[in-house]
Write a protein that binds this ligand. Structure first.
Ligand code: SF4
Length: 365
């Protein structure tokens, strides 16, 4: 079954590190945008899908009525089984009880809250719209209104962050009623406000060793507190792994709706314009055909991000060729270096391999 991703590109203002497709001050276009989503969704009528993810941007900026419309569009368009997973992203301080009720009655059963840190100073440095208390209250508000499957996003390697500050954030996080934590390192993207501040020397970042230490600390701390790592940057309580994201990492098909959204179906990748107004006007999609080599290397790169790794039998069934016949030399080399391990028919990164994952994964491109 496919996954459905719906992009909602509205934000209150741009966070300093953000290079996602998101527009501050354009929520006035949200009604037209939702109509364009409905129009686009018609192309996929009857497709079977068991995961939905509304991401952004800040989907929680939609009004209760717009949320209801988008949810109804999903169930009216796609063939969705009873055991679906339906996630919606939320930014702290942007939901009220009416919006939460619209989400619940619309069928949303998982929420993902962009917390990033429980340290006010860190949040200020990266330009978030909320403080730690607001994030804390939003999570409890979601829980008290009926959500039992809650992810929070945390960022590591933030400007001036150290292990003590990270430890405070994680300590607060694990005491909350949440089931999943995504913990990504800050990536400095050219063209962002934070990149300029960093280039001018106005902010300092943890060095590579500090960043590695923060990663190791995060993994150990979360494991000890009941959140097992199942992907390089994702940790879950037992049974609460994100089914939608696992589709990306296991190279399954997905449909992307909305500005800048990508789809992958029938060996083709297609994506929509990033320009909001062009999307609303119904701009054509751009299509790229993936070669077999492209598919194989993406399959390896995404599969190795997962703790369970790549299932050699599944690989052979999909590509009609054994992984060892294509990448035998590379696998042998990384196994002898202790960066990849082979266990029970699966190939996966070791902890040392994760530390240098970028260099390992590059070799499979
Ligand atoms: S809330 Fe998310 S999408 Fe919006 S500006 Fe901040 S990081 Fe970007």
């Amino acid at each position: 079954m496919k996954g459905i991703y719906i992009h909602i590109p509205f934000c209150v203002r741009k966070c300093k590190y953000c290079d996602f497709v998101s527009y501050p001050d354009k929520t006035a276009l949200a009604d037209e945008y939702v109509s364009a989503l409905k129009k686009e969704a018609k192309m996929y009528r009857g497709e079977k899908a068991d995961t939905i993810f509304i991401g952004g941007g800040t989907p929680s900026l939609l009004t209760p009525k717009q949320i209801e419309t988008v949810c109804r569009m999903c169930f009216d368009t796609f063939d969705i089984p009873d055991d679906y997973e339906f996630t919606m992203e939320i930014n702290p301080g942007t939901v009220d009880d009416d919006k939460i009720n619209a989400m619940l009655s619309g069928g949303v059963n998982r929420v993902s809250v962009g917390v990033q840190s429980f340290c006010d100073e860190e949040l200020r440095r990266i330009g978030r719209i909320h403080d730690a208390k607001t994030a804390y209250n939003t999570i409890w508000q979601l829980k008290e209104n009926g959500f039992s499957n809650i992810n929070i996003d945390i960022m590591t390697a933030l400007p001036s962050q150290n292990i003590t500050a990270l430890s405070d954030t994680l300590n607060t996080a694990v005491k909350l009623p949440i089931t999943h934590i995504s913990a990504y390192s800050l990536i400095m993207e050219e063209g962002t406000a934070l990149y300029d501040e960093y280039s001018n020397g106005a902010v300092t970042l943890p060095n590579d060793d500090d960043e590695r230490d923060m990663y190791a600390f995060t993994k150990d701390f979360l494991n000890k507190n009941g959140f097992a790592r199942y992907e390089i940057s994702n940790f879950a309580r037992d049974g609460f792994e994100c089914r939608h994201n696992i589709k990306y990492w296991t190279f399954e098909e997905y449909v992307g709706l909305g500005a800048a959204a990508h789809s992958y179906m029938d060996g083709k990748r297609f994506y929509n314009t990033s320009i909001l107004e062009e999307y609303i006007m119904g701009a054509e999609k751009t299509v790229t055909l993936l070669t077999r080599d492209d598919e194989i290397s993406e399959y390896i790169i995404t599969g190795l991000r997962m703790d369970r790794g790549i299932d050699a039998a599944r690989f052979a069934a999909r590509f009609n060729e054994r992984i060892e016949d294509i990448y035998g030399d590379k696998l042998k080399k990384f196994i002898s270096l202790g960066l990849i391990k082979s266990c029970g028919g699966f190939y996966s990164l070791t902890d040392r391999g994760i530390d240098v994952s970028n260099s390992v994964l590059c070799e499979f491109v």
